[in-house]
Design a protein around this ligand. Sequence first.
Ligand code: GTP
Ligand code: MG
Length: 434
Amino acid sequence: MIEEKRKDLSVRAERAILLGTLPSKGSANGDSLEELGRLAETAGAKVVENVLQKRDKIDPTYYIGRGKAEELAALCRDRDIDVVICDDDLTPAQVRNLEHLLNAKVVDRSELILYIFATRASTSQAQTQVELAQLEYTLPRLKRMWVHLDRIEGGIGTRGPGEKQLEVDRRLVSKKIFELRKRLKGIEDRRHHQVAARSNCLKVSLVGYTNAGKSTLMNSLTQAGVIVEDKLFSTLDTKTRTLHLENARRVLLSDTVGFIKKLPHHLISSFHATLEEVKQADLLLHVVDVSSPAALEQIKAVDEVLKELHCERKPTLLVLNKIDALTEEATLTLFKSMYPEAVAISSLTGEGLSELKKRTQEFFDRRCVELRLTCGIEDGRLTAYLYQKGYILSKRLHGHKISFHLLMEERYIPKISQLARDVEMSYAQDCHSE
Ligand SMILES: Nc1nc2c(ncn2[C@@H]2O[C@H](COP(=O)(O)OP(=O)(O)OP(=O)(O)O)[C@@H](O)[C@H]2O)c(=O)[nH]1
Ligand SMILES: [Mg+2]
């Protein structure tokens, strides 16, 4: 029954009007609904018109002013509109009032993003995550969905379902949410341990706005064969591949779901399992599409999501992607002056990729010391510590001894001698000069 109602939120093949507001002061930005348009098209809707109203305060009843809402109602009638898609999130009351006035379905930004995620989720983990986010979003809006059902059954004006039915339905949804949360907790715990178990490798995660070119970069660096599309949210799960650097160094590179401004909070909290690689990464590569006019705004949006994931303090290297698509050289100069540490690349042509690898390697070389260490095979506590805190490049057994070649942050080194008595240790540089 729940599934049946949720289908009603589909916007596939429907004629849509995009609706948004602008601050009354400041220049009118013709592009302000462009992203919403791309989202709507990704979801399969056919955008017929954009409607923008200048106002500083959102109207609590209709989101836009009453007069404008009435104009919009006439437009919906004239242009045979099925759905009005709003660039901001709406309260359940605003949706109800607008739908009543417009006689068209009203979908807000979060709902649209959730719908896209739901249609694109292919792994069972992603499906569970999206289903949970959708139900959490839906629960306070259940009453409204009954109105939808009424309409489908030709029921406008007929008596709506009783409060009792609504109560039953709420209980069903709450129960389902509880079950999904439990299932997801299990998935999250497993993911956490799986990722943590890979601690003998340095972990690098690609993050960035959707469509910034993360998957293209992943493919160029590792031949991973990740799907690349000029669509929003092409990637919804996480792929990890080994990236080989110089001197036997290798890192695990992960590509994951893209971010977007005003990403629904329920989605972020549901996607913790998918974002586990980001949370446990040693280094983040923040990929930006510098050819987009909204690049600066997108950097800010990504930083916001990273904050929500408690990753804002992670070492991050900004990667200025798509430099081949820049029409003006001044844009790159501006970005370089704003972010002097950033690396400029084109994932498509390969320009700048060797510099990016070099900078990644330098990051680890700065942070870690290269060690050679030999201990007894019975020194379990020390071996466990090396795996936990270090990055093992190679190991060799000889008799009752075990030798490691590893990288380790300097701060973890003093404890080594406390964990085992008979340890031989030297810095790798010393070994080379032997
Ligand atoms: N011109 C140009 N296009 C690029 C470059 N890198 C990626 N693209 C294009 O940008 C679009 C999006 O690329 P993806 O790699 O799928 O982007 P993504 O960041 O993984 O996107 P999501 O998975 O949706 O978050 C595709 O059409 C790519 O061909 C680049 O360096 N230059
Ligand atoms: Mg991708």
